[in-house]
Design a protein around this ligand. Structure first.
Ligand code: AMP
Length: 216
């Protein structure tokens, strides 16, 4: 069966971590709008600088641009067998645009897992999140922990994403509550939402997630 999955959840809820597991399981592409914007911000261009400023403030990139880049990605042949969307949609106009673009390519969302984590825990998780600059592994570390990748074949240096700086983190969680949380009822009303306790261990969340997808 084809899996066309929309991962819903606040920043720090574990969408990216779980999406990586689903990629291994179902061999479908992981489409992260945040990763796409991180690639754009690296480019030495006016657009890159604009996107970087928006991301570092904790705000959302305008819908029009966001919808365009996701639409381009979803139209690629590798998405015909399904996909995992992570970080998109984040607003109601994006959700409506997603329905429209999927209709145009003869697809539909099969399930929307929603990873629920309390706001205070999200802020703590994001503030402690460190990413390896070599292999991309993500770690939760305290101020005194060594900022070196734990994988023995990597040992890359860890960095904090600019939008995980404490001042930006609180704003991102607020933006989720205001702009994205209405999508919970949007998908629930259509029978697609599966709420999962995102405060469990990574492995427990994976078990719950796979069970939710299997029941579709
Ligand atoms: P993420 O890695 O998903 O937390 O995204 C990082 C940042 O990229 C967000 O805080 C936004 O500034 C931007 N971004 C990612 N996805 C979207 C989206 N669907 N709509 C608007 N902005 C987005």
């Amino acid at each position: 069966m084809k899996n066309s999955i929309v991962m819903l959840g606040a920043p720090g809820a574990g969408k990216g971590t779980q999406a990586a597991v689903l990629v291994q399981q179902f061999h479908i592409p992981h489409i992260s709008s945040g990763d796409m914007f991180r690639a754009i911000r690296k480019s030495d261009s006016e657009l890159g600088r604009r996107v970087a400023a928006i991301m570092d403030s904790g705000a959302l990139v305008p819908d029009e641009l966001t919808i365009q880049i996701v639409q381009d990605r979803l139209s690629k042949p590798d998405c015909q067998t399904g996909f995992i969307l992570d970080g998109f949609p984040r607003t109601q106009p994006q959700a409506l645009a997603l329905d429209e673009m999927l209709k145009n390519i003869g697809q539909a969302i099969t399930v929307v897992p929603y990873l629920h984590v309390r706001s205070e825990l999200l802020v703590e998780r994001l503030s402690n999140r460190w990413t390896c600059n070599t292999c991309g592994s993500v770690y939760s570390l305290g101020p005194n922990d060594a900022k070196v990748c734990k994988k023995s074949d990597c040992l890359g240096t860890l960095y904090r994403r600019p939008d995980d700086e404490p001042a930006t983190v609180t704003e991102r969680v607020k933006v989720f509550e205001k702009n994205t949380s209405p999508l919970i009822s949007y998908y629930s009303d259509r029978g697609l939402l599966r709420q999962i306790d995102g405060e469990q261990t990574v492995d427990q969340v994976t078990v719950a997630l796979l069970a939710a997808i299997a029941k579709v």
